[in-house]
Write a protein that binds this ligand. Structure first.
Ligand code: PAZ
Length: 296
């Protein structure tokens, strides 16, 4: 990592607002690591959804992005949230109905999918194999990612990072952000956003250097997608970069490694049809080969 990146990263973390419930998150993470990071068991950190960039410290406005969290959720069931993607947007009101004054039941036609989602979700949480750490802002996301990555370091090549979240590229540093709501009467808004430091680099070199790392690259222009994915793969020494276009992201992705470009297309499964199922299968196989090659 070069020294200017090092100082950008340092100043990002130094000036970020302290993570709420840091101790609670750390405790859950430690419990999860103790339970799961042992023997030959593999562990994956899936990031999903998008991060926001607050414009005011007492945040009224923020910059958001398009990510829905579908990719991470669909990939984790085999984040929306894992097990919740089969639910409608307003699950409480749409999935349940009152049978009389006191009783509520799951409505048809949701009943089977909803019951399965609830059952599988509770089983995963109760078994200690699913830990969900929600985030909203870029500050929360990068602080939690650092905590998770450092906690998984000791699991070496058996840890996988599957970084599907759409992470903000620019942000307003906390110490140069207005404290109060920006007033609209003062004319056009002139605000300077600085680049979010490239954390893939520090993940690779310091936080979890021998983990199996998959990052995602989204573009809207097909002509530059594969070059950008290729560049990211080489620059950050990713085991693979999953390249996707905005409009076709649920139909096809291209897995770019140092020697291959593999197209993965939507496939029918028992639960429906998605691109995540074949993608996860391919990456799990690659992870197995990676563990074998590391003699772990
Ligand atoms: O969350 P979603 O299912 O709506 O979209 C998934 C995605 C496009 C955010 C993901 O596949 C991806 O490409 N993430 C990285 C985006 C980027 O920073 O380039």
């Amino acid at each position: 990592m070069n020294s200017s990146l090092g100082s950008e990263i340092h100043s990002f973390y130094e000036s970020a607002p302290p993570l709420k419930e840091r101790d609670g998150i750390m405790e859950k993470l430690n419990e999860f690591v103790q339970l799961n990071c042992k023997g030959t068991r593999r562990v994956v950190c899936v990031t999903s959804g998008g991060t926001t960039v607050p414009l005011e410290q007492r945040c009224v406005r923020y910059i958001d992005n398009f990510a829905s969290g579908h990719r991470g959720a669909a990939s984790t069931e085999g984040t929306s949230q894992p097990y919740c993607r089969s639910l409608p947007d307003d699950p409480l009101l749409q999935c349940f109905e009152a049978t009389d004054e006191l009783n509520i039941q799951v409505r048809e036609p949701f009943s089977e999918a909803v019951k399965r989602a609830i059952r599988d979700h509770h089983a995963a949480v109760a078994g200690g194999v699913l830990l969900k750490l929600p985030f909203t802002t870029i500050f929360e996301y990068l602080q939690i990612l650092q905590m998770v990555a450092v906690s998984l370091r000791s699991h070496g090549p058996r840890a996988m990072f599957y970084l599907a979240a759409a992470v903000s590229d620019f942000y307003v540093p906390w110490n140069s952000m207005a404290e109060h709501k920006i007033q609209s009467g003062s004319g056009p808004l002139d605000m300077r956003l600085v680049q979010v430091p490239k954390m893939l680099s520090v993940l690779r070199t310091e936080w979890a250097p021998i983990a199996f790392c998959i990052s995602f690259k989204l573009e809207t222009d097909a002509k530059i997608l594969l070059d950008k994915a290729d560049m990211a793969q080489r620059k950050y020494k990713m085991n693979a970069v999953v390249a996707n276009e905005l409009l076709t992201r649920n139909e096809e992705v291209i897995v770019v490694t140092d020697s291959e470009k593999i197209s993965v297309k939507r496939e029918k499964t028992e639960a429906g049809s998605d691109v995540e199922n074949p993608l996860v299968k391919l990456l799990v196989d690659r992870h197995s080969a990676f563990i074998r090659d590391s003699n772990a």
